[in-house]
Ligand binder design. Structure first.
Ligand code: ATP
Ligand code: MG
Length: 255
């Protein structure tokens, strides 16, 4: 039965998609059956994993109830299965109606969970009905956070949303940790943000991952080639860091 991991932070550009892609590729390389789900209307995860996102069925049709979840799955050569996204998903607040509006994704995944070891969900930079659907379906949340100024803005809101979902729809929801990205080991700024992240982690009742993902232009180059960082630049700092992060994730989930 698959464990569902959701990468979330309503702040944009903090490494949600990059970390989702690395987790998908890394878990797959360790021999797991992995399903990636792109819940961001921008469609970056599918693109990053080399899928042509211009055609094929998407999560939009699944959430609308137009097709069976299994029919939206695309098979990739190197990165397992994926359900891609569509820009129409940005109208979710309008088309997700009815009492089960927060539970559509969870219900869709129930029919797929037995096929996989992990389901990894990338989310948009927002706290909206899509994120709530993701939290409702999740076992674990991972909060990527860039080691840059203003990165912590909005974390109180994030904390409140997590709490609200826990109290209403998904009492089992657990925050696995905060993942520092774009990290420079030597700068005071990175250290300051790390200190603040530790304090936020304490308030949310979680930890900051031991592994920090170092900054490298290699990370930005990989998606254009439709390759994970492990394949695009296996010896780069972030490839090393993401390998350790995948191991830390598996270990912490087993703990
Ligand atoms: N470790 C890193 N080093 C250098 N650049 C990075 C690193 N991680 C991410 N980036 C770059 O930062 C940008 C934002 O990353 P990414 O798309 O993963 O963030 P996101 O949180 O998914 O953004 P959005 O909120 O728009 O979906 C991208 O251009 C990406 O290549
Ligand atoms: Mg993204």
């Amino acid at each position: 039965m698959a464990k569902v991991i959701v990468l979330t932070n309503q702040k944009g550009g903090v490494g949600k998609t990059t970390s989702s892609a690395a987790l998908v590729a890394g878990l797959q390389k360790c021999g797991n059956q992995v399903l990636a789900i792109d819940l961001d209307p921008q469609g970056n995860l599918g693109f990053s994993l080399g899928v042509n996102i211009e055609d094929g069925h998407t999560i939009y049709e699944v959430l609308k109830g137009e097709i069976a979840p299994g029919d939206a799955i695309r098979h990739t050569e190197d990165y397992g299965d994926i359900i891609t996204s569509n820009i129409l998903l940005s109208e979710a607040e309008l088309f997700l109606k009815g009492e089960d509006r927060k539970l559509r994704l969870k219900k869709a995944l129930e029919t797929l969970k037995h096929r996989y070891d992990y389901i990894i969900i990338d989310t948009p930079p927002a706290l909206n009905i899509l994120t709530v659907n993701a939290y409702s379906a999740a076992d674990e949340l991972i909060i990527p956070m860039a080691a840059e100024i203003l990165s912590l803005v909005g974390l109180v809101q994030l904390k409140e949303t997590i709490q609200a979902v826990k109290e209403s729809i998904n009492p089992r929801l657990h925050v696995l940790g905060i993942l520092m990205t774009k990290f420079f080991k030597s700068t005071t700024l990175s250290k300051d943000v790390l200190d603040m992240a530790s304090s936020v982690a304490g308030q949310i009742g979680t930890i900051v991952f031991e592994t920090k993902i170092r900054n490298s232009v290699r990370v930005a180059e990989a998606p254009a080639h439709g390759m994970s960082i492990f394949d695009y630049s296996p010896t780069s700092n972030p490839a090393h860091d993401y390998r350790v992060f995948v191991a830390e994730t598996v270990e912490r989930m087993g703990a």
